[in-house]
Design a protein around this ligand. Sequence first.
Ligand code: ZN
Length: 273
Amino acid sequence: MAEHAPQRDPEAPPVELLAVRAANPGPLTLTGTNSYVLRDGAQVWVVDPGPKDPEHLAELLLTCGADARPQGVLVTHRHLDHSAGAATLARQLSARSGVEVPLWAADQAAVPGSRPLPSTLEGERGTVGHVIHLPGHTSDSVAVLVDGGRLLSGDTLLGGSSTVIVPEDGGNLTEYLQSLAILRALAMDGRIGAIHPGHGEPIDSPLDVLAVIEESIAHRQERIEQVRRARTAGVLTLDRLLRVVYGDELPEELRGPARWNLRATLDHLAEQG
Ligand SMILES: [Zn+2]
């Protein structure tokens, strides 16, 4: 968080936050990816354009508005359900406005064609949002804290479900817990009033925000304890641990993600010695 970032013009109306949901529902995407358009006067920013679906990208262009002056397209992390359409949308916005629109991501190797993220989104009326690095779900996960305490959380926090730690994309449970601690501190400081997640419904009261963050921390700690106990009891293989921790009723399509979480938990226990 940039403490000395330019402040927002107190006379300016709040930044508009518009959500557009992609038609890609699934076990991990829930009801589909939530893409967001930030509008501040004629200036617009797009966060997580989502999949490379022409209809979805057309709807985002429409939501930006014909008079838009696009400032940038940001992805919260590398996963294709957030980023696959990003380069195309940046090109379309560039073509329409006649100004080159940058694509921003935390990791240039993971998101082709991207440039390093700015620490804040700056518009004519001042600061529109702060970028917060929150590794854990993946190594390149970020959130955007928009004017008025609205957190675009990407996949770090979801609406109505817990996220997956994906070790093969640099996901790490120790870092995830540190990221949740950062969010808890911000929420306790009254700086997060709502969460607009990458998937699921928004969480729109400060009390619920704090509750969701606390629950996420408690849920992870409970899982870590379960795995620790099972290992102490001699359950050593990933398959057997999967059964002990998640039970026999785990649907087939969630076995892969459960395995990633389990691997991340074992890595975390190893890191803790
Ligand atoms: Zn993701």
